[in-house]
Design a protein around this ligand. Structure first.
Ligand code: PMP
Ligand code: GLU
Length: 422
């Protein structure tokens, strides 16, 4: 009835998104009775803050289609939030609400006739989205030595050698998969290059509020005229399944924002009304949200410190993250040993570790690395976030990890054993 060659060519070569696929595979294994430690999908382990849940309940009867660009009071609240964070003159007109930032990122690429520039490694979906739209993707390789930051010279050289194109660059910080960010000095230098080449930059700040220090600067502060901020409720508010994403545009990019609203008007119309009402509470400053964020950051930092230290003890290499819930781990020091066991690529590495230990994670090649570089991404989210949050208020006990994150402790034990046995 339907042959594969009837599929549109841009879809034919794509596979299901790696993050969602590993989650489904892990769940299938669990359903078959296998024990799996889920370090694959990067989903917030924390519950949605209670005051936000209550707002959602209170808004359950909101049933009308909402404005395409988003509920006006939500857009105003989000603008206040970003005005406070960046000192820039955003208004509700600057804000666009959508069904997850993932869809907004796709629609932005659709609206903007440009090739895509991303660091390697980068989050798994930027490049496939470009491919779906038939756009060229250029990876700019970044390295652990530079804490995975794009170098201004590198960006300048690339742009100089490709002068005629509109360029869209996506920068994500703290980064999925590395957890690394940028400081003000690097942003300043990048802004000079961006201005020189008139780059459009999407600052994917979806992990901003998880920065362990609680401090966060936006590229928009340094390059306001060309930066679109992208975020949402999925990571810091524990609400991935609510599917609320947002973008904040400078006046200079209003035509791009308007074109995205046209796409929205012909596709999803507007996102779920109760969710938009509840999001007003999430973006309104309150002591409840502050306490939730402070506790989440503490938990994530404790876990990150523990995992980094344990994994480094196993001769695995990684940069210590500044936020988010990922580690980007190099197995290069084990290359010779792994090769003797027939493991030459990161995919085989992840498949063998899943099969032999039950630890699910993703290969670096899903993030734009080459398979022989032997990187993996571990999402350290397999713990009961609600329990951990309520415990951390009383301070960090010596046995915090054993008590509240036993699967993560086990992942380190098992991996150490597995490597030791090679
Ligand atoms: N950007 C990055 C870096 C991500 O890790 C994710 C994954 N959730 C997204 C964007 C998309 O998030 P959402 O669609 O849930 O807003
Ligand atoms: N962003 C999450 C991750 O990188 C998962 C959600 C998604 O990919 O849509 O694992």
């Amino acid at each position: 009835m339907f042959e594969l060659d009837q599929l549109s060519p841009s879809v034919r070569s794509l596979k299901p998104s790696a993050t969602l696929k590993i989650n489904e595979e892990s769940n299938q294994l669990i359903a078959q009775g296998k024990s799996v430690i889920k370090l694959g999908l990067g989903q917030s382990p924390f519950p949605v803050p209670e005051i936000v849940v209550e707002s959602l309940q209170a808004a359950a009867r909101e049933k009308d289609y909402l404005p395409v660009k988003g509920l006006q009071p939500l857009r105003a609240t989000v603008a206040d939030y970003y005005r406070g964070r960046t000192g820039l003159g955003f208004s509700s007109d600057s804000v666009l609400i959508g069904p997850g930032s993932k869809e907004l990122l796709f629609n932005l690429q659709m609206a903007c006739q440009s090739d895509l520039l991303i660091p390697a490694p980068s989050w798994v979906s930027y490049a496939p989205q470009a491919q779906l739209l038939g756009r060229q993707v250029t990876y700019l390789p970044v390295s652990a030595e530079n804490r995975w930051q794009i170098q201004p010279d590198q960006l300048d050289q690339y742009c100089q050698s490709n002068p005629s194109k509109t360029r869209l660059l996506i920068l994500n910080y703290p980064s999925n998969p590395t957890g690394c960010g940028y400081d003000a000095a690097s942003f300043k230098q990048l802004a000079v290059v961006a201005r020189k080449h008139k780059l459009i930059i999407v600052a994917d700040e979806i992990y901003a509020e998880t920065s362990f220090s609680g401090q966060f600067q936006s590229l928009a502060e340094f390059y306001p005229e060309g930066t679109v901020i992208s975020s949402g409720l999925s990571k810091w508010c524990g609400a991935g399944g609510w599917r609320l994403g947002l973008m904040v545009f400078p006046d200079e990019l209003r035509p791009l924002q308007d074109a995205m609203a046209v796409i929205a008007s012909e596709t999803f119309t507007s996102i779920s009304a109760p969710t938009q009402y509840a999001a007003i509470t999430a973006f309104t400053p309150s002591s409840a949200i502050d306490a939730y964020l402070e506790a989440s950051r503490k938990v994530l930092k404790v876990i990150s410190d523990y995992m980094v230290s344990r994994l480094r003890d196993c001769r695995l290499e990684m940069e210590a993250p500044e936020g988010g819930f990922y580690l980007f781990v190099s197995f290069q020091k084990w290359r010779a040993m792994l090769s003797r066991k027939g493991i030459e690529t990161d995919e085989t590495l992840c498949a063998r570790i899943l099969d032999e230990t039950g630890i699910a994670m993703l290969p670096g090649s899903d993030f734009g690395m080459t398979a022989d570089q032997l990187y993996t991404r571990m999402a350290y989210v397999d713990f009961d976030g609600a329990r951990a949050l309520s415990a951390i208020g009383a301070g960090i006990s010596d046995n915090f990890m054993d008590e509240y994150c036993p699967k993560l402790v086990r992942a380190c034990d098992v991996l150490s054993e597995w490597l030791g046995n090679k």
